[in-house]
Design a protein around this ligand. Structure first.
Ligand SMILES: [Zn+2]
Length: 330
């Protein structure tokens, strides 16, 4: 079937006037895939130029890179037998899920109303897993040894898990409650929970930044950490502002719109996180600042699995609500 589309050509892309309002993206006028076509078309459309193509490919690339980065640690460390490396594997599992879920959601986004909504739910679940994964990574490998044993260090996993679950729930609520064109309040439903996870993730880095600036404590990987924080903020600005298509509607429909730039910056965040972690893990081991028994299964894979389970329940409930509303509206 995929070959049929590749051989015989894809259905043509259309403009906003030919698709339901639900699929309209702000300031994007052309290049939409038609909705209601067979699933196999949307999978084949990976090889067609439309306004989601680059969104899909960027995060597929992110997923491959993430797996590659994790495996690159294998050269020096035993990722399975050594419990010290479990937070790394759990963290990268969350990161990889975010890239993969996002690519799938963008690929299937125009299939139907229900798939569109559910796809968004899956995308938020990915974001939630990335959040908890980053909490695990940062609180295991980047916390300065002087902050170990503090309240936030001891309780980062449950706090991170609760906040991450809220990312998924709030994302789904925002999508269900509001319809296009979206009001600003909808953005707050996403910005607030994601912002709280971001603050938690960055607490160990801000502490190290403080030690560097005030106490002049040498910090080898700080520049990479500041790099990933900066890239995340830039990504959020593009995500929220719809620049540059806001200034030139219709000019960036296929290439160069804000969501694509947002995806690229999220990849850069992951790259800088990896660069920093390589240094931090090496130094922590060298100086013996990490105790092997700190990494238990529950605090690493267990936390990711709990968040995954809660996300599956949230997205499934959201999916049922959307289906019920569709049924009533017919
Ligand atoms: Zn996206």
């Amino acid at each position: 079937m995929v070959m049929k589309y590749l051989r015989e050509g894809m259905p043509k892309t259309v403009s906003t006037s030919e698709i339901p309002l639900l699929f309209h993206e702000p300031h994007i006028e052309e290049g939409y895939r038609q909705s209601g076509l067979p699933w196999v078309y949307y999978i084949s459309s990976l090889f067609q130029m439309h306004n989601e193509t680059i969104n899909v490919w960027t995060h597929l690339l992110g997923f491959v890179m993430c797996v590659y980065n994790l495996l690159s640690f294998q050269e020096k460390y035993d990722l399975i037998e050594d419990p010290y490396m479990w937070p790394l594997v759990a963290g990268y599992a969350g990161m990889s899920a975010m890239f993969l879920f996002s690519a799938c959601a963008h690929l299937m986004a125009n299939t139907s109303d229900v798939v569109h909504y559910t796809g968004f739910g899956v995308d938020y679940a990915g974001l939630s897993l990335y959040g908890v994964g980053s909490v695990i990574l940062h609180f295991n490998y980047t916390v300065h040894h002087s902050a170990k044993g503090s309240f936030i260090h001891e309780n980062s996993a449950p706090i991170g898990a609760i906040l991450a679950i809220f990312v998924c729930i709030c994302g789904c609520v925002s999508k269900f409650r509001y319809s296009r064109p979206y009001p600003f309040q909808r953005k707050l439903w996403i910005i607030i929970p994601v912002g709280l996870v971001f603050i938690l993730v960055e607490i160990p880095i801000l502490h190290r930044l403080y030690l560097f600036l005030v106490h002049r404590i040498h910090d080898e990987s700080l520049l990479h950490h500041v790099g990933h924080m900066t890239f995340f903020i830039v990504a959020a600005v593009f995500f929220g502002s719809h620049i540059p298509e806001r200034w030139y509607p219709g000019k960036f429909d296929l290439i160069g719109h804000s969501h694509q730039i947002f995806h690229v910056f999220i990849i850069l965040v992951a790259v800088e996180q990896t660069n920093a972690l390589k240094i931090d893990i090496f130094n922590q081991r060298k100086h013996g600042h990490h105790h092997v028994n700190e990494s238990s299964f529950l605090h690493t894979f267990g936390v990711v699995l709990i968040v995954l389970l809660a996300d599956i329940c949230s997205v499934y409930y959201f999916h049922r609500c959307v289906k019920e509303r569709e049924r009533k509206s017919k």
